[in-house]
Design a protein around this ligand. Structure first.
Ligand code: DX5
Ligand code: ZN
Length: 221
């Protein structure tokens, strides 16, 4: 298991001053910046694209940008995000016609590749592609919105993927996304996650450093 990373989701940030918000969470201890891309087609919401990723890089953000694509189709936006400075690009298998090809496309574009599992998506895709992935992302809410409640069946899924990753012997990150907060992050870490997306739990608090520190303490406990 790798060292824990807190990845605040900028979906819950103040978009009118996004650069400062990102600087603030990085100064407060965020390891990655989670970047939610929604298309009002694969998911019922519309957010941000490569232009905003590029703007954050130009603003001076050097932290890894963890792009979570909730778009269909997937492939044609991948090179644009790679050029815009994405570090990790993750996608949902239901949104890609050819999952193996999309993974290869992400890697060929110079980014790390992640596969995302909705609450009802079976893990069977991993039987064939785990060895090609850098990250597995387990959704603990249905994608589309911040501020939803953690779906507890994600804990069992995390335990199963943790076993698969450990058996693979490869340094694959296990990320969790949705409803993560200081009060449940300890249990989520014990289920096997090492990378924790948190949107509303971070950005709805006045003191970002305090909430990130509380999460790190709960993970270490
Ligand atoms: C949901 C997004 C999440 C969202 C999490 O579709 O993928 O990243 O921002 O928000 P919280 O942490 O508030 O559940
Ligand atoms: Zn996300």
């Amino acid at each position: 298991k790798q060292s824990p990373i807190i990845a605040p989701s900028i979906l819950s940030a103040n978009f009118a001053r996004l650069g400062e918000e990102v600087d603030a969470v990085v100064a407060a201890g965020a390891g990655w910046i989670h970047f939610d891309v929604m298309d009002n087609h694969y998911v019922p919401n519309l957010t941000i694209g490569p232009l905003v990723c590029e703007a954050l890089r130009k603003h001076g953000v050097t932290a890894p940008i963890d792009v979570h694509l909730m778009v269909k189709p997937v492939d044609r936006i991948v090179p644009d995000f790679a050029k815009a400075g994405a570090s990790v690009i993750s996608f949902h298998p239901e949104a890609s016609e050819h999952v193996d090809r999309t993974i290869q496309l992400i890697k060929d574009s110079g980014c790390q590749a992640g596969l995302v599992f909705n609450p009802a998506t079976p893990l069977s895709y991993l039987d064939y592609v785990l060895d090609k992935l850098d990250l597995v992302l387990i959704m603990s809410v249905n994608p589309g919105f911040g501020g939803q409640s953690f779906i507890t069946s994600a804990l069992d899924k995390l335990r199963r993927v943790r076993e698969m990753i450990d058996a693979s012997g490869r340094p694959i990150r296990l990320e969790v996304d949705g409803g993560v907060k200081p009060s449940n992050i300890g249990e989520i870490a014990r289920a096997g996650a090492d990378t924790f997306v948190a949107g509303s739990a971070v950005f709805n608090e006045p003191d970002y450093a305090a909430v990130i520190a509380a999460m790190q303490r709960a993970i270490a406990a």
